[in-house]
Design a protein around this ligand. Structure first.
Ligand SMILES: [Zn+2]
Length: 282
């Protein structure tokens, strides 16, 4: 059994025992259930395609979601062919490389180069046992993500989202243990909304809307954060963050040793800021 699935099972067990998600548990331990679930996902997906509407949710919801999660906006700059140039084999960009914090440009050219990049990203994702990957993680600062909640080639569905936007988050939040290819060896709980409604373009540039829940919603939100330059440890509670602080610092040191540069960000700094605030209040 691969690490991903073991991890997913461990988390799903926890989710199930706390009655937060009865749906997720069987999905992750049983292949038949996986297929059923993904069929449901596919159906949602195609229904949404058929009935997608340009109408957005009402403004208060949109504003609320924007404040809490940060949308990218339509004014984002458009990627040039040079921005979409890539070299094989793709290489993962690890924290704290500033590429993970750089602005990701909108894509408006849906050509063969984009299809090749998507193929390479899926290859890379399967090879590294991932279930989702965003373009900035392989050094391309554009608004593109790929995922397959099953994480196996030929199983589940390969989803490609270009210039995705969220137009609604569910109020219900659920914790789930996440990992990230840009943070090797680090896994910790992150709370996120259980479901999201999104608009995006597909690999051919066609616009569509879709509602995602459970694992697909989780993977989408993690990757969508990457497209906003947000990293998963920023969504962790202080206690959870404390539990991985040393591992983050080790990655910062690894970056400094490798590049000879100072780490562009330090988790220690956020600790000091919090400590200072605490001191000032007391
Ligand atoms: Zn990630």
């Amino acid at each position: 059994m691969d690490e991903n699935r073991k991890r997913a099972m461990a988390c799903a067990t926890r989710l199930c025992s706390s009655s937060l998600s009865h749906a997720l548990f069987p999905v992750l331990i049983n292949q038949t259930a996986v297929s059923t679930k993904l069929l449901r996902f596919n159906r949602l997906y195609s229904t949404a395609r058929l009935f997608s509407s340009p109408n957005r949710t009402n403004l208060p919801l949109l504003t609320q979601a924007k404040r809490r999660y940060g949308f990218s906006t339509k004014e984002d700059p458009v990627a040039s062919p040079a921005d979409l140039r890539f070299e094989r084999p793709l290489k993962i960009v690890e924290y704290p490389d500033p590429i993970l914090r750089a602005k990701n440009k909108r894509i408006d050219t849906f050509d063969d180069n984009l299809k090749k990049l998507v193929d390479e990203m899926f290859d890379f994702m399967y090879k590294t046992d991932g279930i989702g990957l965003s373009a900035p993680q392989v050094g391309i600062n554009v608004q593109l993500m790929v995922f397959n909640p099953v994480g196996e080639r030929g199983e589940g569905e390969e989803i490609v989202l270009v210039n995705p936007r969220v137009n609604k988050y569910s109020n219900k939040m659920i914790p789930y243990e996440e990992g990230c290819l840009s943070f090797p060896g680090i896994h910790a709980d992150v709370e996120r909304p259980e479901s999201v409604k999104i608009d995006a373009r597909d690999i051919n540039g066609a616009r569509f809307s879709v509602s995602l829940s459970d694992l697909p919603a989780r993977v989408f939100q993690h990757e969508f954060d990457h497209l906003q330059g947000i990293l998963f440890f920023e969504r962790m509670t202080d206690d959870v963050l404390d539990s991985i602080r040393e591992q983050l610092e080790a990655l910062e040191k690894k970056y400094e040793d490798k590049t000879g540069l100072q780490s562009p960000e330090k988790i220690e700094a956020s600790k000091r800021r919090k400590a200072a605030v605490g001191f000032g209040k007391s």
